[in-house]
Design a protein around this ligand. Structure first.
Ligand code: AP5
Length: 218
């Protein structure tokens, strides 16, 4: 199973990727996570990416494509992968096609996750991440008290929650604009390749998961 999850910031790509990882045993490849790790480590690549991420712009294609090339060369991707947040523009989509063509592993499906603007803003403003285990929760949409009750699997103590620095209002506005201008055109690109499935990604996480599984089974 080689799939792309396509959707605006906050549409649930990361959340649903995690569930697919658990069910299908294939890795999630998130360019956002790879970039955040590089920024946290202060690598040269991270230093280059940091400014664009803080402003809500896309990081340069050559940086992202280099990371994807390296990641897809790792053995755990041989039986499939979930691309979360990549590709993000037409140049990246064409480069991905070329790369997968070279290794004889074309995409099986692209799922577009549709959520309205108001719900995206609500989800992003409530999102918090545990700095120890990376678990993502939501103060507004998760069941009340869930994050507080749960022990962190890394420390055994309560999660230490932080808000992503790019989840502030100004950056989110820019990220949503960038999605409309640069990423949404991929919907037509993949429709023309007969790979596109669109699902309603609003509603409880488990219901969205069922819609996603049904789309992938088609
Ligand atoms: P990235 O990390 O990819 O961020 P994004 O695309 O903006 O997506 P998000 O992580 O915000 O949202 P998501 O769809 O994963 O939602 P989630 O599941 O967390 O990119 C960050 C930056 O890195 C970019 O701005 C750019 O600068 C750079 N970058 C990354 N990739 C790049 C690329 N390919 N090229 C160039 N630059 C790149 O859910 C959101 C919240 O909602 C969570 O709290 C969750 O608990 C909650 N939630 C999820 N599902 C539901 C539901 N069904 N109901 C209620 N709440 C829900």
């Amino acid at each position: 199973m080689r799939i792309v999850l396509l959707g605006a910031p906050g549409s649930g790509k990361g959340t649903q990727s995690q569930r697919l990882v658990e069910r299908h045993g294939i890795p999630q490849v998130s360019t956002g996570d790879l970039l955040r790790a590089a920024v946290a480590k202060g690598t040269p690549l991270g230093l280059k990416a940091k400014e664009a991420m803080a402003a809500g712009r896309l990081v340069a294609d050559e940086i992202v494509l280099g990371m994807i090339r390296e990641r897809l060369a790792e053995p755990d991707t041989r039986h499939g992968f979930i691309l979360d947040g990549f590709p993000r523009n037409l140049a990246q989509a064409r480069a991905l096609d070329a790369l997968l063509g070279e290794i004889g592993q074309p995409l099986d499906a692209v799922v577009q996750m549709e959520v309205d603007y108001g719900e995206l803003s609500r989800r992003i403003s409530g999102r918090r991440t545990c700095s120890d285990c990376g678990r993502v929760v939501n103060l507004l949409t998760s069941p009340p008290g869930e994050a507080e009750r749960e022990a962190c699997p890394k420390t055994g103590k309560p999660h230490r929650l932080f808000q992503r620095p790019d989840d502030n209002e100004a950056t989110v506005t820019e990220r949503l604009k960038v999605y409309e201008q640069q990423t949404r055109p991929l919907v037509d690109y993949y429709r023309e390749q007969a790979l596109l499935h669109t699902i309603d990604a609003k509603g409880p996480v488990a219901e969205v998961e069922q819609r996603l599984e049904r789309a992938l089974a088609q």
